[in-house]
Design a binder for this molecule. Structure first.
Ligand code: GAL
Length: 911
């Protein structure tokens, strides 16, 4: 019998299908495995840059201007032009970004050859047993030591910690023979920075930008049925950041195993529309990839399940997409689309007004009736509306943005991501009434966005602090020309399904604000990329310099203003300071762009050290810090009266007044929610910032209550500052300020009224600036609408007598990651916290757990965060404890000092 060419095609197809099925049937039950590979890594870091190997990504310019204490609003400068150089590995790394390059002609072809193949660290038989054993997420720099002084290698700007340098991570991957035929990917949530990945001695790919997540295809290089050697080289440049970047594999790392035909990386996009209480249409794009050698005929199904507020899936789906049959050519990717209607959708919305309801879309890919891939997309259904006069509406309700800016570090835990630590940051912000976070100024850990989704925060997701022009000598501007498109598309594809994200910011105070039409042109290109990736959310970029009449502000959908809204260096106390100087610009932007929403994307930049008060105080409501005026440059501390700011900043009071005078502004984001490592303006000899409303250890500064009084007006509260332990000030003027959600207040010192005051318009605190100190009791009674509203009493305490430990959670999971944050207070005999106590405390732990870090929130403390011994800072200290993985039991934590009564608490570390 003769076979026609048609018959031959059929036979080939059948054979191919049989072959694929054969491989697929060898797979484990789950068609897709996403395996966390954080355990069992070996780590080695070169002591100095000069001894590092030469497997470099690219050449770098010489760093000349090393000082990192420039004001944040300094004008960015031209990038240094790099000479093209041979012997660099960039050409082998660029192809990793190809899925994010739109124009096929611009995609990169891997050159022949295999650089680094001879280098010992990438070899399977290299003996790394002397290397340090580490667990990811790992930040190599956080253990220190802190570098002190003006001439240190790393200055205050980057946190005085050794985050720069070249290091290697190695791990053996045991790939069973049943994985033969699968596609296997390395998924890195973040590597700081210039990661390059070798597997079995072959350079497989990498990604320079330290904050983006990326995938490297390991499949061509793996040998199933044996052990495979992974080696990752990280090269984190010095002088590369305006804050602490951390160093190394500081986020989760995964191995993803799929069938050769599968939903591609970040391959789904859920786009709810026509949203009402009664129904919502859910458009869904699914991108499939066929890495197999022949055509694949597949069927794609997606079901939508409601999740409860704990994130658990309902047993039955609420909607099914129509099955789609398609033929996918070998080596091809294809995007399919479908729509379903959900009746009575449970909408996602921010707390406390609404509920953060979520859904899961579960997409399955089948071939010949067998499921070969399954992919879950968590999403929310919410309708966003942006109104230039009224602000942001979620599901029809106006939501004022009560936001803060957050950097990525987790204080004493450094950049190493930890879900509980991030959740604690959000919990404290929520307690203050905060409902929105701006991710300043880089893509966050994916788990942080899962938290903002489940906890109901609104998010401005931001990617860049700079474009072509440089802020620090070796920052992102070096890779911007090669990578801006890939980074931008990858950023959006990863995060586009998060309901908490309400806008994309593609730049913060970029130097291109100063370059007129040329800068605007670049902004347009970036804006177009964002729009190509996601039409459903508005774009923005934050401007501290560009004015309404300039070309840049018109480019993005939303006008985001940093500091300009309330005016920069414009108050009397700021007269004559060098730098940007503007009156409040909200009105001029509003009239130039009557159809654009305006957001105050950064405001305040108020400075303070928790529990430090300096006298006399400034009589006005906002002042830059100067020696003798809010600041102590020897002790490196800033007064906590919460009226002192960086030179371009403003007190909360000044910001509130400006916002209230311009109600069309959609709300704002305070710089900053928490203190962070680096940028210790105004004292660059310190290690961490003074900007936070909450200090680095997680203790509330007085400012917390000022924001709470504004953001939770319905909650009766009053807060008095300063503390009342001033033995040296008897008879001296010691101003007392009160933050309350009431509108009237009366202060009593030892029962004697200091006067009852009404809050005037555009005032946000009560001040009794003439109080003369006498020890005893300060009490405030506040009123609202004439009725008693809240009361607060503080007392002069006795001397330090005992230690008191209290845990945020007394029961934690022994999963190797969960944490208990334990506060130590020094108290007097009556149990009152002694606000001036600075005692040395020794912590110890018994049971299956460990002390991970200690801190006290003092920006000028240089004791390693790993130390089990630490001084309290103004009465408080923090110890962070973790249970050993898989070893449940009781953890007993003891705090001791030479002179004070010790204290012990017990934490249950459970399975
Ligand atoms: C802004 C900048 C922030 C931070 C802040 C406080 O100008 O965007 O990243 O530096 O100032 O200094």
């Amino acid at each position: 019998m003769r076979t026609t060419s048609f018959d031959k095609r059929i036979i080939l197809l059948l054979l191919a299908s049989f072959f694929i099925l054969f491989h697929l049937s060898a797979q484990t039950k789950s068609p897709r495995d996403k395996i966390l590979i954080n355990d069992g890594w070996r780590f080695f870091k070169y002591t100095t840059l000069s001894e590092a190997d030469s497997l470099r990504y690219d050449v770098r310019p010489m760093v000349k201007d090393e000082r990192d204490d420039k004001p944040a609003d300094s004008r960015p400068t031209e990038a240094v032009k790099l000479e093209r150089a041979g012997g660099v590995l960039k050409p082998w790394i660029m192809p990793t970004g190809n899925p994010f390059v739109k124009d096929p002609k611009k995609r990169h072809i891997r050159p022949p050859g295999n650089p680094g193949a001879d280098f010992p660290f990438v070899q399977t038989n290299f003996d790394d047993s002397k290397w340090e054993q580490v667990q990811l997420p790992h930040d190599w720099a956080i253990r220190g030591p802190f570098q002190q002084g003006w001439n240190s290698e790393v200055g205050g700007g980057m946190g005085r910690l050794p985050s720069h340098g070249v290091a290697w991570y190695r791990k053996e991957l045991d790939i069973p023979s049943s994985d033969d035929g699968k596609s296997i990917y390395l998924d890195v949530d973040g590597a700081m920075s210039y990661a390059m990945v070798w597997i079995n001695g072959k350079l497989a790919g990498g990604w320079p930008y330290g904050y983006n997540s990326f995938r490297v295809n390991l499949t061509p290089y793996l040998v199933p049925g044996s052990s495979n050697q992974l080696a990752i080289r990280i090269d984190n440049p010095p002088s590369s950041s305006r804050w602490y970047p951390g160093g190394g594999l500081y986020r989760n790392v995964w191995l993803t195993k799929t069938s050769p035909v599968h939903v591609s990386h970040w391959g789904t996009f859920v786009k709810p529309r026509e949203i009402s209480k009664n129904s919502a249409v859910i458009d869904l794009d699914v991108t499939l990839e066929n890495t197999y050698r022949s055509v694949a005929d597949v069927e794609v199904n997606t079901k939508i399940y409601a999740l409860n507020l704990k994130g658990e899936r309902a047993p039955r789906p609420v909607a099914n997409y129509k099955p789609l049959k398609l033929s996918l050519g070998s080596g091809r990717t294809l995007t399919t689309s479908g729509s379903v209607t959900i009746n009575n959708p449970k909408l996602w919305g921010p707390l406390p007004e609404q509920n953060p309801n979520r859904y899961a879309a579960v997409t399955t890919v089948s071939m010949n009736g067998k499921i070969i891939d399954s992919y879950e997309t968590i999403f929310g259904i919410r309708e966003l509306r942006f109104d230039a006069k009224k602000g942001v509406f979620v599901n029809g309700q106006r939501i004022e943005l009560k936001g803060v800016n957050q950097h990525h570090d987790l204080g004493s835990l450094g950049a190493a991501f930890n879900k509980r630590a991030a959740e604690r940051q959000l919990e404290l912000l929520r307690e203050m009434g905060c409902n929105a976070i701006r991710m300043a100024h880089n893509p966050p850990a994916p788990e942080l966005l899962a938290l903002t989704d489940s906890m109901g925060f609104l998010v401005v997701n931001e990617i860049y602090d700079g474009w072509e022009l440089k802020k620090t000598p070796l920052d992102f501007h070096l890779i911007f020309p090669d990578w801006h498109e890939q980074d931008l598309r990858a950023f959006i594809r990863r995060d586009r399904n998060h309901p908490s994200i309400i806008m994309w910011s593609f730049g913060n105070e970029v130097g291109e604000q100063y370059t007129g039409e040329q800068g605007a042109e670049l902004a347009r290109r970036l804006n177009t990329i964002v729009k190509e990736e996601d039409m459903s959310r508005p774009t923005t970029l934050s401007m501290n310099y560009a004015k309404a009449h300039m070309p840049l502000p018109g480019v993005a959908d939303i006008i985001s203003l940093n500091y300009q809204g309330e005016g920069i260096r414009n108050g009397a106390a700021y007269a004559g300071l060098k730098g940007i100087n503007t009156q409040p610009v909200f009105p001029e932007f509003h009239s130039q762009y009557p159809d654009k929403v305006i957001v105050s994307s950064e405001n305040a930049a108020t400075l303070s050290s928790r529990g430090e008060y300096m006298f006399p105080i400034f009589k006005g409501n906002s002042s830059p810090v100067r020696g003798g005026q809010g600041g102590d440059s020897l002790r490196l501390q800033v007064s906590a009266y919460e009226i002192y700011t960086v030179d371009f900043g403003a007190s909360p009071d000044k910001v509130f007044a400006t916002m209230d005078k311009h109600p069309f502004v959609a709300g704002g984001f305070v710089w900053s929610g928490w203190d962070y490592l680096g940028e210790p303006s105004p004292y660059y000899l310190a290690r961490s910032s003074y900007f936070g409303i909450i200090d680095l250890a997680g203790f509330k500064k007085d400012r917390f209550y000022l924001y709470q009084s504004r953001w939770k007006p319905e909650m009766p509260m009053a807060h008095i500052l300063p503390h009342w332990n001033w033995p040296d000030r008897v008879g001296l003027t010691t101003p007392v300020h009160v933050f309350t959600s009431g509108d009237e207040a009366e202060l009593f010192l030892n029962g004697k009224s200091q006067g009852r005051k009404k809050m005037a318009r555009y005032e946000y605190r009560f001040r009794w600036d003439e109080v003369r100190y006498a020890p005893g009791e300060l009490k405030v009674v506040s009123y609202k609408d004439g009725k008693k509203w809240a009361e607060e009493t503080i007392k002069t305490t006795g001397g330090a007598s005992q230690l008191q430990l209290s845990a945020d959670r007394q029961s934690i999971l022994c999963d190797g990651s969960d944490l208990s944050f334990i506060t130590l207070q020094v108290t007097d005999k009556a149990g009152l916290m002694v606000p001036t106590a600075n005692d040395n405390i020794r912590f110890s732990i018994q049971g299956p757990g460990e002390i991970v870090a200690t801190d006290n929130g003092d920006p000028a403390n240089f004791v390693s965060f790993l130390s089990h011994e630490r001084k309290t800072f103004n009465g408080l200290c923090l110890v962070i404890v973790r249970g050993k993985k898989g070893q449940p039991g009781l953890l007993t934590i003891t705090a001791e000092s030479d002179t004070l009564k010790a204290h012990t608490i017990t934490i249950n570390s459970r399975q």
